[in-house]
Design a protein around this ligand. Structure first.
Ligand code: UTP
Length: 305
């Protein structure tokens, strides 16, 4: 079996971001910043670290800022240069996409994640590819991004591979859950996927986090445009069909997810990434401790009354 390399990654960014309104009315959810960079930059960097060469954005109306973010900004760059702000200039230059690396296509209506991925079919062509959901950040050790960990496993196993994280049983009804089979090293055979099962019906506690390596045959299933949960064309439904015909594994990874498309997850992500920042980390820690003391003080006053 030849294992074909993963060169392309698809980033679905056409959703409406309803959980974060009104912030996301005019601004794409994927441009919300966690620490000093927007969500989309975090995940593009994760993809670069995994060796991705072609970046495919599935965009929609009001999403133009996303492509601007990765383009040249001559006035800004020359001003930073003239002012000797070399370290910031380097950060800007590093994020500019080289010619021929960024591809954009539009999803005319947000008909669901499965439909968004289908929109990439012509750009992906007949080769395996990665899918990264930009609102899920995975915080890992430097140089060991989630997709890189996946590519390392995929290069041994081939087939389809999804990243999973264990969640408390009472929360399985918020996620896609894996029905697991045999364990082969780091890879766990996937026998089925269940979207948002009730805790008593869930086949495991392994939740699908939003990082996928898929074979191009997934497009055959997506092109049926079948509507699933919530009336949307779901990626999970197409994957469930793919499982029946192809090698399909899951893997746990080293790292922690932050659902930054939800308000609470976003605040938590900002604390986690801020704490780790060499420039402001110590001050962020001090701030969090000050808030904790204030809150404890308020609780003590309330308890005494
Ligand atoms: P989400 O369901 O988290 O995004 O989809 P959403 O629909 O924008 O957010 P809420 O739930 O209303 O707050 C995960 C990713 O898939 C993209 C979204 O932009 C997001 O990055 N997506 C979702 C699409 O590109 N098209 C769709 O039809 C649906």
């Amino acid at each position: 079996m030849t294992i074909r390399p993963i060169r392309k990654a698809v980033f679905p960014v056409a959703g409406l971001g309803t959980r974060f309104l009104p912030a996301t009315k005019a601004m794409p959810k994927e441009m919300l910043p966690v620490n000093d960079r927007p969500l989309i930059q975090h995940v593009v960097e994760e993809a670069k670290e995994a060796g991705i060469e072609e970046f495919i954005f599935i965009t929609g109306r009001h999403k133009e800022l996303l492509e601007e973010h990765f383009d040249e900004h001559p006035e800004l760059q020359s001003t930073l240069k003239a002012r000797g702000k070399d370290s910031v200039l380097k950060k800007i230059e590093d994020l500019i996409m080289p010619a021929g690396a960024l591809f954009l296509t539009r999803q005319p209506k947000p008909l669901g994640l499965g439909h968004a991925i289908w929109c990439a079919s012509k750009l992906v062509g007949n080769e395996p590819f990665a899918v990264i959901l930009p609102d899920v950040l995975v915080k890992t050790a430097k140089g060991e991004g989630c997709l890189k960990q996946m590519v390392d496993v995929y290069n041994e196993t081939g087939g389809n591979l999804i990243a999973v994280e264990d969640v408390p049983r009472e929360e399985v009804n918020k996620y896609g859950i894996v029905s697991p089979g045999a364990i082969r090293g780091k890879a766990i055979e996937v026998k089925g996927l269940v979207e948002k099962p009730e805790p008593e019906d869930a086949p495991s506690e392994m939740s699908v986090i939003g990082r996928y390596i898929l074979q191009p045959e997934v497009f055959d299933h997506l092109s049926a445009f079948e509507k699933g949960a919530g009336g949307e064309i779901q990626l999970t439904d197409a994957l469930d069909k793919l499982i029946k015909t192809q090698l399909f594994n899951a893997m746990r990874f080293n790292g922690k997810t932050h659902d930054s498309g939800s308000r609470l997850g976003f605040i938590q992500a900002n604390m986690a990434y801020g704490l780790d920042d060499p420039e402001i980390g110590a001050r962020v820690e001090q701030l969090i401790l000050e808030y904790a003391d204030q809150i404890k003080g308020q609780h003590n006053v309330a308890a005494a009354e």
